[in-house]
Design a protein around this ligand. Sequence first.
Ligand code: GLY
Length: 376
Amino acid sequence: MNRILEENKAWIDDAWQKITSKLRDNSILLKDTIPFVTTDGIYDDKSKAPGAWTNGFWPGIMWLMYDATGEESFRIAAENAENILDKALENFKILHHDVGFMWHISSGANYKLTGSEKSKNRNLHAASVLASRYNVDAGFIKAWNDEGADGWAIIDCMMNIPLLYWAAKETNNVAFRQIADRHAKKTMEHHIRPDGSAYHVVEYDISSGEVLGYPWTQGYDKDNSAWARGQGWAIYGFALAYLHTGNVQYLDTAKKCANYFIANVCATGYVPRHDFRQPDEPDIIDTSAGAIAACGLIEIAKAVPELEKKMYMNAAVNVMKALTENHCNWTKEEQSILQNSSACYNSNVHRSLIYGEYFYVEAMYKLKGFDKLFWM
Ligand code: GLY
């Protein structure tokens, strides 16, 4: 693994220096906002919609950079965003299962890096909200609040349950861990197909927990999608569940999902298409899916025995190299770095989305050798 990093050191160092320079400028320019997407190179501001699921990624980026550099402008921007997020924490009815994305890498990161008790408290409140969405009879965490979606669980939630594992350790309340484990096991059983691809949504009977169907919301095809970003959530989410619990079934599931991802991206220059089963045209790609998966592949590479490491680390490096060489913008005219993320198959295609940016920076932070894992 070290040899792979050594061989790739030159481009990783060069990219890291450019990432630091661009984000340093952004930490000052955007310090009172919460960016989501750029239009003509300029970020919007989601601070007026504090409940948006994407609002933790900007402070998360700022905390990664604060840890890497110790520069105050990053801390200030992260803390400003965290204060804005309080408006969401105070308004229970707008909250959903993505509280993990929102608080674990903002308040959770703050607590990890500075020891802030206030931030720890915020993260524990978020964990309680997530735990409250657990359906005890059916054994899953409900995703969204929409009418008719009481039985819906989505693969993305594997990235939210690390918040519960963390809360169990912080509070010695085993209920948080039990909920996370029950949800993870049900996800392992019903979201992952035999070939390692993942369903985005599984609908359960809310009393018996029996599978009722696979409603379509993301990816190309109603019945048979292999949504690349969902694959990323599965790879990284199961890798994190393994790191939290030591349960090798989770690691095996992360590997199975990773193997499907690697087999597919090999054919497209290591940049995933939006859905691995979409038609050739239009050629919609999703760089955010690549960055998310790369973060998971690096954790898998660290966790597996020596002779298995190379495959996962090589894949992660190949993805990040392809993103860096072909999909990054280092100019001042464009505020974001990572280009060509696609929120959906039919909308917000080939844009700069803050979650793509976050996972690009997290993966590069890991490749540079920094080792804080905010999801723990
Ligand atoms: N968690 C929503 C998405 O990835 O689109």
